[in-house]
Design a protein around this ligand. Structure first.
Ligand SMILES: CC(C)(COP(=O)(O)OP(=O)(O)OC[C@H]1O[C@@H](n2cnc3c(N)ncnc32)[C@H](O)[C@@H]1OP(=O)(O)O)[C@@H](O)C(=O)NCCC(=O)NCCS
Length: 166
């Protein structure tokens, strides 16, 4: 199956919301508000990365990244996610393609680093590691990971965009 990764266009947006909602529907640790988070990020114009995976004209996957603060300060760090692939398209490498392209785009934007909350076994494949320097409250041990693109001197608590906390 040919999958194309591209920047989300306005005409894709309804499908994106549907893909996110379906992908997270059966995830026990989800608050099932990931679609709303993405809608709020889009409305705020703060989707630093906003990619869809297309099978022909059909959106089958989506990934976002948005700015985070560390220790209360704005910096060139980003939070990756949510990432979502339609259940019937999972385990075919689409998530991997979306994540790899997002990381390339963030590097092109001169990002200093990127954080993610998720399965360590999955994100470690892309170079994400746990860090003693930056942390995220209320996350199970090992599930908050970071990837440094440039020399890192940031320390403190990470806060995602306000869209994540409404
Ligand atoms: C996570 C997700 C985006 C991965 O997409 P995908 O296209 O299936 O991923 P890939 O095909 O690139 O990789 C699949 C591999 O990752 C592993 N993997 C996928 N999700 C995983 C998870 N939650 N925990 C551990 N491993 C996982 C699979 O075991 C698989 O490995 P294998 O091929 O060796 O068996 C997709 O499963 C999804 O939409 N899940 C629901 C939403 C979600 O949990 N998003 C992540 C949190 S933001």
């Amino acid at each position: 199956m040919d999958i194309t990764i591209k920047t989300t266009e306005p005409k894709d947006f309804d499908q994106v919301i549907e893909v996110i909602s379906l992908a997270f529907k059966t995830i026990p640790y989800s608050n099932h508000d990931e679609d709303e988070i993405v809608a709020r990020l889009a409305a705020a114009g703060d989707l630093a990365v906003d990619l869809v995976a297309m099978a022909g004209d059909v959106v089958v996957g989506f990934i976002a990244a948005s700015p985070v603060t560390i220790g209360g300060e704005r910096c060139d760090w980003y939070g990756l996610g949510p990432v979502a692939v339609l259940p019937e398209y999972q385990r075919q490498g689409i998530g991997q393609q979306l994540i790899e392209k997002s990381l390339k785009d963030l590097i092109m934007m001169h990002a200093e680093g990127c954080v993610v909350v998720g399965e360590p076994a999955y994100y470690q494949r892309f170079g994400f590691k746990t860090s003693a320097m930056i942390y995220y409250p209320s996350t199970p041990d090992g599930y908050f990971l970071s990837l440094v693109f440039k020399q890192n001197n940031k320390r403190g608590v990470v806060r995602y965009h306000d869209a994540f906390y409404q």
